[in-house]
Design a protein around this ligand. Sequence first.
Ligand code: PLP
Length: 452
Amino acid sequence: MRTSLVMEETNMNLEGTPLFKDIKAAKEVFWINPNKEVFEKAAEKSSISKMDIADADARLTRFASYLKIVFPDTAPTDGIIESPITEIPHMKAYLEEECKGTIEGKVWLKRDDLLPIAGTVKARGAIYEVLKHAEDLALEQGLLTSIEEDYAVFASDKFKTFFSNYKITVGTTGNLGISVGTVGAKLGFEVIVHMSVEAKQWKKNFLRSRGVVVIEHESDFTKAVTEGRQQSDLDPTSYFVDDEHSRELFLGYTVAGSRLKKQLSEKNILVDADHPLFVYLPCGIGGSPGGVTFGLKQIYGDNVHCFFAEPTHVPSMLVGLITGKYNEISVKDIGLDGLTVADGLAVPRTSGFVAKVLENFFSGSYTIDDNETYKLLTALIDQEEIYLEPAAIAGLPGSIRLLQSQAGQEYLKVNNLVDKMTNATHISWATGGSMVPKEDMDIFYKKGKKAE
Ligand SMILES: *Cc1c(COP(=O)(O)O)cnc(C)c1O
């Protein structure tokens, strides 16, 4: 009943617009967010502040001495979970050739596929939230007397035994579960991961090998989360990492802003009114692109322009925002099937929390077809020898889509950016890939060859 009501209203409001027709027909679109405001104004209204981000940043620094001990791959960065940035000139040339256009400015990739511990963007938010929960418990129960202590104690048997009395539960398409499961199990928690139907077999195997309980669902992400949450709520020792509502997850992602600023300064990349920065972020439920955008806006204000990228069959943030229904509408309500090769983005209903926090901050979104995803995945391997998972590919064509679409050109005009584009920096956020098994990557690669 409810669903059909939503559908009728939706049709009444928007069916007539060509954009919405294209979205319903699963065509690639580029959309400018009309609710974006100048940074100062948007920040005034926001319930999350710079102070919250600084608090999250400080917490991750406190845990660095622990992470360095238990996850040796964080040793090179001294226990800080961070990834490099790489310029991708060959891929840029490929995109120009394919699209018969010019990309003004430089094109970079933010290599979250190389993040330590879990190799996806989720390592930012999810690990942060688990660490915050562990810290809260340890302080509450007096195991930790102050936040000034050396957090290396979290690696001790005493702490592990203590955490073994508690559970952490999460619902996921896969990658969130890997991050939560890996760090949760390492701390000593019992971790229960509810996997939606998209979740890849290797992700389930990986988690089970680390002692995580994996519960498989035949349903989509939204249902897996709902069931996980219900089961967790019945158990007072269980903490639920809630991808739909979590402020902590979001804050974990925001810390990327100041980290990226440092990296760009080290590479002498200027960002100011004459040197605009464009960032293209794959979007599932919205938490990771939302948090990263929020962090970047605090640093660069109106000089950074963030765009979200979604699969044509699962444009949940786009549909939530243009209908004004946020999480009250699923892509299935407008007749889309919600199926995509980009498993990390297979979220049919956006996060209402993130959509509302972000709607005055981000610049727009676009959608990408699965066939294009395969093609670009293969091209990136051929051009740059970089292996990304399908979800992480979504940000890759952002620069060319901005420059070639009518809506994108209009955005540049309205924002007075047209003559500044030769100074532009474009960053596509590569959200994951290094954990994909070779057999799976080979299959993707072959499909991309066929798609050419
Ligand atoms: C989860 C995920 C995303 C999107 O993050 P959301 O918080 O769901 O929007 C993008 N890429 C990969 C690889 C992911 O796992």
